[in-house]
Design a protein around this ligand. Structure first.
Ligand SMILES: Nc1ncnc2c1ncn2[C@@H]1O[C@H](COP(=O)(O)OP(=O)(O)OP(=O)(O)O)[C@@H](O)[C@H]1O
Length: 281
């Protein structure tokens, strides 16, 4: 459990660090990480020798075929799962606010809490007063356009509104790093577009360290500054791609030839891996 130290974290504790004199700060670092899931009948090697440095304040997307270990890698970075072999380092926790906040594809909100209580939950766990956490939660509800629904319960919301609540909570908690596993995967196409735009805006406002798992190449190109392309299981890093589009960014970049080229090249590289994963899984 967290210690209930009800002070507001200092700015240097809650925002991602930038570029220091010795180069960029590294938020997460994985060195030769392998993960084997053991079961009585068979063991599964999910990751094999993955090494990765994630810069503080960067937006990294992980793309790869189904079952290649994307979620496992994210969970290992966030400390939810342990590597079988290899080392992982994450930013040091300096306050009651957890270093990593998670957003999953579904089930990210507590059905028995109102929208406001859901968004304020992380702050409550970190020991903030009711007044402070409600004020912060209301600000974030405004950013994601859910102010009117502060007192609604999740069953009264659409899927997109529930995901906005989960994303608002992750940002509101004040964690410097957000780990998102297909956060928009369950949404319909139109809502997904709006949420992509909103995620870009929120990230540009906060510049937190984000690692986001997605199946969609377009989404990774639109949101990320870097794409980690993984091979079929056992997951290894096949390519480490720099996304060259500037910020502030919007969905218009999708109509540029550069976007189309990158999308094509990434798909060419991913296609073999997808085929392997379909054959062997
Ligand atoms: N707790 C577990 N116990 C046993 N095997 C697991 C466990 N978690 C994941 N695996 C296996 O590890 C491999 C990688 O799973 P993981 O969920 O990380 O892949 P993924 O790339 O995120 O997949 P998807 O894109 O389909 O969500 C899969 O073969 C999966 O079956």
């Amino acid at each position: 459990m967290y210690s209930l130290d009800a002070r507001k974290p200092r700015a240097d504790e809650t925002t991602s660090a930038g570029v220091g004199a010795d180069g960029p700060d590294i938020a997460y670092s994985a060195r030769d990480v392998s993960k084997v899931f053991y079961a009585p009948d068979r063991s599964v090697t999910a990751l094999d020798g993955v090494s990765l440095d994630v810069e503080a304040g960067s937006f990294t997307c992980i793309v790869g075929p189904s079952g290649c270990g994307k979620s496992t890698l994210l969970r290992i970075l966030g400390g939810l799962e342990q590597a079988t072999i290899g080392q992982v380092t994450a930013p040091e926790r300096k306050s009651a606010v957890p270093v990593s906040a998670f957003v999953f594809q579904e089930h990210g909100v507590f059905p028995w809490f109102t929208v406001l209580e859901n968004v304020a939950f992380g702050l409550r766990m970190a020991g903030f007063s009711r007044e402070e956490r409600n004020a912060t939660a209301r600000t974030w509800l405004e950013y994601v356009g859910l102010s009117e629904f502060a007192n609604s319960y999740p069953h009264q919301l659409s899927g997109g509104m529930k995901q906005r609540t989960a994303i608002a909570r992750a940002f509101a908690t004040g964690s410097p790093c957000l780990l998102m596993d297909e956060p928009l995967g369950a949404l319909d196409a139109q809502t997904r577009r709006l949420m992509q735009e909103q995620l870009i805006e929120l990230w540009e406002r906060e510049r937190k360290t984000v690692v986001l798992v997605t199946h969609a190449i377009e989404e990774a190109l639109l949101l990320g500054d870097r794409i980690i392309l993984m091979s079929a299981r056992p997951g290894q890093i096949k390519e480490d791609i720099k996304v060259p589009f500037d910020h502030p960014r919007n969905i218009d970049i999708e109509s540029t030839p550069e976007f189309a080229d990158m999308k094509h090249n990434i798909w060419e590289s991913l296609r073999d891996e997808v085929q392997k994963s379909v054959v062997f899984s």
